[in-house]
Design a protein around this ligand. Structure first.
Ligand SMILES: *[C@@H]1O[C@H](CO)[C@@H](O)[C@H](O)[C@H]1NC(C)=O
Ligand SMILES: *[C@@H]1O[C@H](CO)[C@@H](O)[C@H](O)[C@H]1NC(C)=O
Ligand SMILES: *[C@@H]1O[C@H](CO)[C@@H](O)[C@H](O)[C@H]1NC(C)=O
Length: 460
């Protein structure tokens, strides 16, 4: 977390870009102002079509055609069906998993339980490679990691037979499942129900209403008793007079929190003598910068694709661009997963498989400060927080007049967005909107040019 919230976001976008560099916008429901901006017909005065006379000739196809259709915003996905063996679990499938598990013995008891992960159990690689469009899909299965009564379980749920396989269950305590959003919320609010915590905050002269707390890394912290518990350390910050609260840590104050029982186990309070850094000049948002209205405003830069993007997304997940194609899907842990990346070789007329599956497996961020309040800051952003779970909806680029309207202008105008469908800790499906955007970007920016007079002559 922290500076990393933004780096996470960056990663999601760049991972998508890096792959192919793509584009989007709300084409299916483009608001009239956006439509006008893209209207590069002869009558248009859109600033984005300044070079239309150059680009638009008789052979140019109309803009409205050939543009990949994005799903309508707020599409509820309730009737989505899988089209490809690697397509993520749909809303209906996640509901089915929940219903199958609700009658499973493991969840019958009153012991607290939660689902930390519900994702597609991908079929065998050979089955996937042999599958062709039009073939029946291999059996759809879900891989579920559940935490029940302080134990972790790995379950494979077959959606067609309702059979549940418990491989090695409960799994040995050599690792712990991802921290759910629900667990993060309870960790963040737990300190405030502790009188000792309130007392120390008050004694530091900090207003409790200004304090926010965040779970840092879960793990084992050297105390023998804790080695059977799933615990995390919580730290707190003052938000007084700044949104940039990471600049204002309440040093030396850490709370040990049991994620399963939701109890504070221990408070370490050693930093009373360490002052909280001031808030002056810690807010870097454009609108709050002094004299921001006196800076010369910037005009929007827009990539023009008068004929629309060159890629298409078939069946929601299959991206085709030039002679490349790949399957792209959101994932709660990895953020996004690219699969079956292939290139068609025009010389041999063969399609070559380049990569079966690719994703960012982890982002490990150890702070390497051995002091008591810092040694445990060893974030595993994918494995503990989940790139996908933490992903924010990507925002389209701001309209020109409101260039600095918000902090997030993530994707260029003709990006195509993809939603993630994930499961909450109780198994209810939910949709994370616009978590991936796909767009093409001009990557040339060549700052040199070379030719020779005998070859080209001199321009007149
Ligand atoms: C997408 O369409 C919706 C509904 O018309 C609109 O509220 C939203 O602003 C649009 N987004 C963009 C990027 O045009
Ligand atoms: C601690 O302070 C918070 C915020 O003022 C308050 O809501 C909460 O009830 C207090 N907790 C205790 C145990 O006093
Ligand atoms: C704490 O902040 C709240 C909300 O801003 C305010 O109403 C309250 O008076 C403050 N308390 C102290 C002791 O400053």
């Amino acid at each position: 977390m922290e500076p990393k919230l933004s780096s996470r976001l960056f990663l999601l976008i760049t991972t998508a870009c890096f792959i192919l560099l793509f584009t989007s916008t709300n084409f299916s429901q483009a608001p009239s102002s956006t439509a006008k901006l893209f209207d590069c017909t002869k009558s248009s005065s859109s600033p984005f079509c300044a070079s239309r006379n150059f680009l638009f000739n008789k052979n140019t196809r109309p803009i409205s055609k050939n543009i990949p259709k994005t799903k309508p915003k707020n599409h509820d996905h309730v009737s989505d069906t899988p089209n490809h063996p690697l397509d993520p679990l749909t809303v209906m499938e996640i509901n089915k998993v929940r219903s199958i598990l609700s009658s499973h013995a493991l969840f019958a008891s009153r012991v607290p339980h939660l689902l930390n992960s519900v994702v597609l159990e991908e079929p065998d690689k050979n089955l996937v490679r042999q599958w062709e469009k039009g073939d029946q899909l291999p059996p759809r299965k879900a891989s579920v990691i559940a935490r029940v009564g302080g134990n972790s379980h790995l379950l494979i749920v077959d959606l067609s037979t309702s059979r549940v396989d418990q491989a090695d269950s409960p799994v040995p305590e050599s690792g712990y499942p991802i921290v759910t959003s629900e667990e993060m919320d309870s960790a963040a609010s737990a300190p405030f129900s502790n009188a000792d915590f309130n007392r120390t905050i008050n004694s530091r002269g900090v207003n409790l209403t200004d304090v926010i707390c965040i779970p840092i890394s879960s793990g084992w912290f050297g105390n023998k008793d804790d080695n059977t518990k799933r615990v995390t350390k919580i730290q707190c910050f003052s938000t007084q007079d700044t949104p940039n609260f990471y600049m204002r840590p309440i040093e030396g104050l850490t709370l040990l929190f049991d994620l399963d029982t939701k109890r504070i186990l221990e408070i370490t309070d050693t930093g009373q003598s360490i002052p909280i850094p001031g808030s002056t000049n810690t807010d870097y948002r454009y609108s709050t910068l002094p004299n921001h209205d006196k800076t010369r405003p910037l005009n929007t830069i827009s990539l023009e694709q008068p004929r629309g993007p060159s890629f298409v997304i078939e069946d929601n997940h299959l991206v085709k661009w030039a002679n490349w194609e790949f399957h792209l899907k959101p994932d709660p842990r990895a953020g996004l997963i690219m699969s079956q990346v292939k290139i068609h070789d025009p010389d041999t007329q063969e399609t070559r498989e380049v990569m079966y599956k690719g994703f960012v497996s982890e982002l490990f961020v150890p702070y390497m400060d051995p002091s008591e309040a810092w040694y445990f800051k060893t974030y595993m952003d994918a494995g503990e927080y989940g790139f996908g779970l933490q992903a924010m909806p990507l925002e389209p680029v701001a309209e020109p007049k409101n260039l600095f309207i918000g902090p997030l202008n993530d994707c260029p105008r003709n990006a195509v967005y993809m939603d993630g469908t994930f499961a909450a800790a109780d198994g209810t499906p939910y949709v994370r909107e616009n978590m991936i955007c796909v767009f093409e970007s001009y990557a040339g920016d060549i700052a040199w040019r070379h030719t020779e007079y005998p070859v080209n002559g001199m321009p007149n």
